[in-house]
Ligand binder design. Structure first.
Ligand code: ATP
Length: 339
């Protein structure tokens, strides 16, 4: 573990890197951007979010090979969705460079079966799953394992439609299609802070909410349901969301259960995480996915959200991560938030 009281905050130049660098700088850290090939020019357009230093690699795998150099530079890596995706969950898990968060979460999050076991054993409502097309009831969404960003997923209304479209050479799940409104809840679990909404030995914060915009499903209604075009779920952007205030107790209950169960299962999920939910017309939430790190929807809130503003003005998730590292250093507990 780093002894230095002022480590450098590093991440891969993509996804949520702008707010991670901006937030780290606001908290007084040096920053390092890991990039593929030449440093990307677009950072020049955003001076406050440009890392102090770039670290070029020719492939993401080279990050593993260059571990000694990164350790020498005394960096703490902030993993984001693209970082883990590009490097691969198993390579990320064995990366010896100190990383923010608990790497043990990867085993539970990167496998749909284990993720579901975590959520259901936490008492969180999830969409029903059917073991075969014959068991399916009502509209379903079929998801292939390993398919990222909803590619190849399809919706079917009955057994016949499932069988017609199903590619059985792939691993898949048949899931209840939950009709409702999607809310992507950006939480932050701090094992260090004790002032706030208490969960475990720490506190749970809600830093923001977004909804992913997905092409083409979000606009399909414009040409009518009978168009015959298969929907796709490719994320192209994010919209800010706020919830009916009366739903906030339910939202905190979901976050609380997931964190409490994570503490029992693998020592706890640390820092930012996102519950991807659908709220039905009976105002029940179903959680269809969990992302155990900073999600791209937080990019909406570089200068705070309607929720994080009530914790501290100008608080992004990137800044909150830097604050947690700063607090851990001050408390001499870096090992509790970095693995
Ligand atoms: P990512 O890893 O990028 O989060 P993914 O490949 O794991 O994506 P999901 O997030 O599970 O895919 O689903 C992609 C999209 O499909 C969701 O954003 C949502 O629009 C839709 N979706 C997923 N599950 C359901 C469900 N049970 N009912 C209705 N819609 C769903």
């Amino acid at each position: 573990m780093t002894e230095n009281k002022n480590p450098t905050i590093a991440t891969v130049c993509s996804h949520t890197s702008l707010q991670i660098f901006d937030g780290a700088r606001k908290e007084g850290f040096k920053t390092l951007g890991i990039c593929l090939g030449k440093p990307p020019g677009f950072y020049d357009a955003f001076p406050r979010a440009k890392p102090d230093e770039f670290f070029s690699v020719s492939s993401y795998q080279e990050i593993i090979e260059k571990t000694p150099e990164l350790i020498e530079k005394d960096v703490i890596i902030i993993p984001h969705g693209s970082f883990v995706e590009y490097l691969g969950a198993s390579d990320f898990a064995r990366l010896e460079v100190p990383s923010f968060g608990n790497k043990s979460v990867l085993e539970w999050e990167s496998n749909r079966t284990k993720e579901r076991e975590w959520l259901t054993s936490a008492g969180v409502p999830v969409p029903a799953e059917y073991s075969s097309p014959d068991d399916a009831r009502g509209p379903v969404i079929v998801k292939y394992h390993g398919a990222k960003g909803g590619r190849g997923f399809f919706i079917a209304n009955n057994q016949q439609e499932i069988e017609d479209k199903l590619d059985t050479s792939e691993e898949y799940v048949i899931q209840e299609f939950v009709l409702g409104t999607r809310y992507y809840l950006h939480f932050f679990y701090s094992p260090l802070r004790i002032d706030g909404y208490r969960v475990g030995d720490g506190t749970l914060e809600l830093l923001g909410i977004d909804r992913r915009i997905e092409s083409n499903i979000d606009e399909l209604y414009k040409i009518g349901a009978a168009s015959g075009i298969d929907p796709s779920f490719v994320v192209t952007g994010n919209l800010p969301m706020v919830l009916r205030e009366s739903l906030l107790p339910k939202v905190f209950e979901l976050g609380e259960r997931v964190v409490e169960r994570s503490i029992e299962l693998f020592g706890g999920m640390i820092g930012p995480f996102c519950l991807e939910t659908i709220c039905t017309d009976t105002l029940e939430f179903k959680v269809f996915e969990i992302s155990a790190r900073i999600v791209a929807g937080t990019n909406l809130f570089v200068s705070g959200s309607p929720y994080s503003d009530l914790i501290e003005p100008d608080l992004s998730t990137g800044k909150r991560i830097a604050q947690e590292i700063r607090l851990a250093i001050e408390m001499d507990r870096l090992g509790d938030v970095v693995s």
